[in-house]
Design a protein around this ligand. Structure first.
Ligand code: NAD
Length: 801
C-alpha cells in the first residue's frame, strides 16, 4: 500500500505532544494538536465574563502548552513561521476531525486508563487504515490495544520519541501482537527518511530498549559515585565528553530531565522486572536519589536538585553542587584526576577509553565498575529486549547521546580485556559472550568492504547491519583512504566520487585542511567525476579558520605573511567554485566563518536539517574574507532583479554578517540566503554523505561544466555605505555596539558595497575579494581585534571591547 502522511493529529499538548507536533510541522506536515477542555475557569477568565463554553476557554490548555513550547529553548521549530502548520483544538470539539487524518499520535499522561478511554473515542471516529500510535515511555503496547476494533489494532503501534523530539535522534518502534507488519515497516522507514530519526525496532518489554538500559546505567552510576565517595561534579566530569557522553554528565542530566521522571520510570521497571530481570534491584533508588525525591529537590523544575543556581552578592549567577553527605550546596570544586591528565592528548574516544579504564586512581575504579556493571546488564538483555546487539547500541547512542554504545565501548577496550575486568569485579556477562570468545571471535562488530557487520548470536557469525544501504560511513572506509595529512583525508567513496574529510580539532581550517581542499580538487579533476566535502564530526562540520597562525603573524605585524595566508584561503574557496568537477559540501551542526564560506562556494550544498551556519568573523574583530563578503554581495546582486528594493536586500545580508548571526536550522539558513534553491536539506544525518555523493553523481551526469567567474556583481557604492554608516553611528550612540564594533562594521559596509564608487555599478568577484583582503589586513593591525582573537584562542571568552 502506498501510504502518505499529509495530516497528523497529536493528542495531548504537554512537553512531548507539542514538540512532536512541532517536528511534524518542521517537515511540512499539517498538524492538529488537541488537549482536554478545562473543567474550571481561571480568575482572569471569570473577570472577563467568559464561560466554559467560550472557545478561548475550551482551547486554553492547548493554547498555553503550545505557547510555552514556542518559547522553549532549544527551539522545537526550525523557524517560527512553521507554527502555521499546526492547528490547535480540544478533544470534545475537534476529535471528530481526525476522520480526515492519516496518523494519530497519542501523547497524553502516562496512565493506561486515560489512554484507553481516549482510544475508544478515537476508534469511533477514525477512518479504516489510519495509523494510531502511542508515545508511552513504558506502558505495555499490547495492553493499550486491548478492546479495540480489529482495524485499530492492525494499525496501532508504539512510537516512542525522546525529549526533545527535534534533537534526540532515537525513535523506538514497538509493535503489539496484532500490528500489521506493513505498518511497522512503514513507520521504520518514515521515521528515518522523513523525520530524520534512527528508528529502532523494539520488543514490547518494560521500558523498551533505551530507557531500560539508560535508566539502569544512570542509577548504577549514581550508586557507584556514592560508594566511591566521589563528588557530584567529579562524576559529571567523568561521565561527560571525556568518556563520550553528553556535556551534562549524569547528575546535571538528571536535573534537566527531572528526578520525578527518573524515579517513575525506575519504579515501573522494578515492578515489572520480577520474573524477567535478574538485576531488578538495580532499579531500587540509590540513597541520595531517595533523599532528594523526598525533599522534592527534583532539578530545574523545582529550582534545585543535584545542582542549584543562585545569584551572588554582585548579582552574578553561580552554580552550586550538592554535597551528598551534608545535603548542603557548595561551590563546585575543580575536578582533577591523574587518569584524566593521562588522556588529555588522546583525541580519539576509542583510543581514550582503554586508558581511562586502566587508571590507578578513583576515576579508573569508577570507569571499571560502571563499565563492568552496565555491560553485564546489557549482555543479559539479549534476547529479552532485542535479538541483535546492534539495536541496543543504536538505542542508547541516539536516545541518550552517547558517542559509543555499550558493545562498541567494550570493543574499544578489547573484548577479552573487558571480560577480565568484569570477572574481577564479579560482573560475569551472559553465556553468549563466552560462546563468542570460544568460537574465536574477538569483537562485537567488524568492518568488511565498507560494510559494518555485527556478531549474530544464534549463528555465531557476523552479519551486515540491515537498513544501512542508504548510508555511507567514512569510519568504515579506512581502506579507501588515498591521501592524508594531519588535518584532512581523501577517500575514494566509489562511483567516481572522492570525499574530503576534515579531522582537525573542531574541524577548523588551518594549513593542512587548505592543502586538503586543494589536493582534493586536483585529484578529483584528474581521476574522479566529483568531490564531496563531508565529515562525521560530532560537534562541527567546521568551526571556521584556525586563527592560531594568523594571530601569531598579526602579533608580529607580519602583514605580508597574513596577506599570503588570506590570499591562499581565498584562492582555495574560489577553486571550490571554479573547478572542472562538481564540488558538493555536506555540512551539519556548526559551519562557522570559513566553514560557512566553503559552503557558499560549493556547487551544491547537501545540508543536515540541524545546521548552525553563519559568518561570525565580526565577533573576532575581522570581516569574512574567504570570499564570504563577496559571495553575499553577489547573492544580493542576483536578487535585485526580483524587484525588492535593492538596499533592503543588501541590508539583510549586511546585518546577518554584522551581528555574526548563526542559523538556527538549515531552513533558517535558507532564509538567510546562506543556502539557496539549488541546495538540499537531509533530515537524517546518517544519510548525509550518501545523499551528497548522489548529488555529485547527478551533477556530473548532467554534464557539469566549469562555470565562468562573474564580473556582473552589482554593488551599491557610496549610497549603500552612507546608509550603513548612518545605522552604525546610531548604534554607537545608543551604546548597542562599541567603538571597535563600529569600526569593523564600517569596513564590512565598505566591502559589501563595493568600495568608494560614486554610483551603483557592476564589478568582478576578484575586485570584491581584493577589497575583502585589504579590509581584513587593516583590522589585523588593530589592538582590539588582537585581543578578541586571543580571547577565542585562550578558551573562547571573547572580550566585548
Ligand atoms: P505532560 O504532563 O507534559 O503532558 C500530558 C498531557 O496530557 C497534558 O497536555 C494534559 O493536559 C493531558 N492530559 C491530562 N489528563 C488527561 C486526560 N484525562 N485525558 C487526556 N489528556 C489528559 O506529559 P509528557 O511529558 O508530554 O508525556 C506524554 C507522554 O509521553 C507520556 O506517555 C510519557 O510517558 C511520554 N514520554 C514523555 C517523555 C518526557 O521526557 N517528558 C519522553 C518520552 C515519552
Amino acid at each position: 500500500m502506498n501510504r502518505r502522511i499529509r495530516k497528523v493529529a497529536v493528542l495531548g499538548s504537554g512537553i512531548m505532544g507539542s514538540r512532536i507536533a512541532s517536528h511534524f510541522a518542521n517537515i511540512g506536515v499539517q498538524v492538529l494538536l488537541l488537549d482536554i477542555v478545562p473543567k474550571e475557569l481561571t480568575p482572569a477568565e471569570q473577570s472577563k465574563g467568559l464561560t466554559l463554553e467560550s472557545p478561548a476557554v475550551r482551547n486554553r490548555i492547548v493554547n498555553e502548552s503550545f505557547q510555552n513550547t514556542l518559547k522553549a529553548s532549544p527551539a522545537a521549530l526550525y523557524t517560527p513561521d512553521l507554527a502555521e502548520n499546526i492547528r490547535l483544538g480540544n478533544f470534545d470539539d475537534n476529535l471528530k476531525e481526525i476522520s480526515d487524518y492519516d496518523w494519530v499520535i497519542e501523547a497524553v499522561v502516562e496512565r493506561l486508563d486515560v489512554k484507553k478511554a481516549l482510544y475508544e473515542k478515537v476508534d469511533a471516529v477514525r477512518r479504516p487504515g489510519t495509523l494510531v500510535s502511542s508515545n508511552t515511555s513504558g506502558i505495555p503496547i499490547h495492553l493499550m490495544a486491548e478492546g479495540r476494533s480489529e482495524d485499530f489494532r492492525k494499525h496501532f503501534c508504539g512510537t516512542h520519541f525522546f525529549n526533545p523530539p527535534r534533537y534526540l535522534r532515537l525513535l523506538e518502534i514497538i509493535p503489539a501482537p496484532d500490528t500489521d507488519p506493513e505498518v511497522v515497516k512503514f513507520l521504520m522507514r518514515y521515521g528515518d527518511l522523513f523525520l530524520g530519526k534512527e528508528t529502532v525496532l523494539c520488543k514490547d518489554t518494560p521500558g523498551f530498549i533505551a530507557n531500560r538500559l539508560g535508566i539502569y546505567a544512570l542509577l548504577q552510576t549514581i550508586r557507584i559515585t556514592e560508594a566511591l565517595g566521589l563528588t557530584i561534579e567529579e562524576a559529571d566530569k567523568l561521565t561527560g565528553p571525556v568518556s563520550g557522553k553528553p556535556k551534562s554528565g549524569t547528575f546535571r542530566l538528571s536535573d534537566v530531565v527531572g528526578l520525578d521522571t527518573t524515579v517513575n520510570v525506575a519504579k515501573n521497571l522494578y515492578a515489572s522486572g520480577e520474573k524477567t530481570d535478574e538485576s531488578r534491584d538495580g532499579f531500587l533508588l540509590p540513597g541520595i536519589v531517595e533523599k532528594l525525591f523526598e525533599k522534592k529537590w527534583l532539578g530545574d523544575k523545582t529550582g534545585q536538585g543535584f545542582y542549584k543556581k543562585i545569584k551572588d552578592e554582585a548579582g552574578k549567577s553561580v552554580i552550586l553542587a550538592l554535597d551528598m553527605q551534608s545535603l548542603e550546596y557548595k561551590p563546585a570544586g575543580k575536578v582533577k584526576f591523574e587518569t584524566l591528565e593521562a588522556t588529555k592528548s588522546i583525541d580519539s574516544l576509542s583510543a581514550r577509553l582503554p586508558v581511562l579504564m586502566q587508571g590507578k586512581d578513583k576515576a579508573g575504579e569508577f570507569y571499571r565498575q560502571t563499565f563492568a556493571d552496565i555491560s553485564r546488564y546489557a549482555s543479559f538483555r539479549i534476547p529479552e529486549i532485542a535479538d541483535e546487539l546492534y539495536r541496543i547500541d543504536q538505542a542508547i547512542t541516539t536516545g541518550f547521546g552517547w558517542q559509543l554504545g555499550i558493545f562498541e565501548t567494550w570493543d574499544a577496550i578489547g573484548v577479552k580485556k573487558g571480560l577480565e575486568m568484569m570477572e574481577a569485579l564479579d560482573h560475569k556477562p551472559a553465556p553468549w559472550v563466552y560462546d563468542m570468545v570460544a568460537a574465536g571471535h574477538d569483537s562485537f562488530y567488524k568492518t568488511e568492504k565498507g560494510n559494518r557487520l555485527y556478531y549474530d548470536i544464534p549463528s555465531k557469525s557476523y552479519l551486515p547491519i540491515p537498513g544501512q544501504e542508504g548510508f555511507l560511513y567514512l569510519r568504515n572506509l579506512s581502506d579507501n583512504i588515498i591521501w592524508k595529512n594531519a588535518g584532512a583525508s581523501l577517500y575514494d567513496i566509489g562511483d567516481g566520487i572522492l570525499n574530503l574529510e576534515f579531522h582537525s580539532k573542531m574541524n577548523t581550517m588551518g594549513a593542512e585542511v587548505i592543502e586538503g581542499i586543494n589536493k582534493g580538487i586536483s585529484v578529483a579533476e584528474k581521476d574522479f567525476r566529483g568531490l564531496v566535502i563531508g565529515n562525521e564530526g560530532v560537534e562541527a562540520f567546521s568551526a571556521g579558520a584556525n586563527l592560531a597562525m594568523l594571530f601569531m603573524f598579526a602579533i608580529e605585524q607580519e602583514f605580508d605573511e597574513i596577506n599570503l595566508v588570506i590570499g591562499q584561503f581565498q584562492k582555495t574557496m574560489m577553486r571550490a567554485r571554479y573547478s572542472s568537477i562538481p564540488v558538493v559540501t555536506a555540512p551539519h551542526s556548526l559551519a562557522l566563518g570559513g566553514g560557512c564560506e566553503l559552503n557558499l562556494h560549493a556547487d551544491k550544498v547537501v545540508a543536515s536539517a540541524e545546521l548552525y551556519m553563519g559568518l561570525v568573523e565580526l565577533g573576532v574583530g575581522v570581516i569574512p574574507a574567504g570570499g564570504g563578503t563577496k559571495e553575499m554581495a553577489l547573492r544580493c546582486s542576483d536578487l535585485y532583479q526580483k524587484g525588492d528594493p535593492e538596499l533592503n536586500i543588501l541590508q539583510n545580508a549586511f546585518m546577518n554578517i554584522a551581528q555574526a548571526k548563526v542559523s538556527t536550522s538549515a531552513r533558517d539558513a535558507f532564509d538567510m540566503n546562506y543556502l539557496q534553491e539549488k541546495d538540499l536539506i537531509v533530515l537524517n544525518r546518517s544519510r548525509l554523505l550518501a545523499e551528497a555523493k548522489q548529488a555529485a553523481i547527478e551533477l556530473a551526469e548532467n554534464g557539469y561544466t566549469q562555470p565562468k567567474e562573474r564580473s556582473d556583481v552589482k554593488v551599491q557604492g557610496r549610497a549603500g555605505i552612507a546608509l550603513f554608516m548612518a545605522g552604525i553611528e546610531q548604534m554607537k550612540l545608543a551604546n548597542y555596539i562599541t567603538e571597535h564594533d563600529g569600526k569593523i562594521a564600517s569596513k564590512l559596509a565598505y566591502v559589501i558595497c563595493g568600495g568608494d564608487l560614486s554610483y551603483p555599478q557592476e564589478v568582478s568577484e576578484q575586485y570584491l575579494i581584493d577589497l575583502e583582503r585589504e579590509a581584513f589586513l587593516s583590522l589585523c593591525g588593530e589592538k582590539k581585534t588582537l585581543e578578541r582573537m586571543q580571547g577565542l584562542l585562550n578558551g573562547g571568552k571573547i572580550p566585548r571591547n
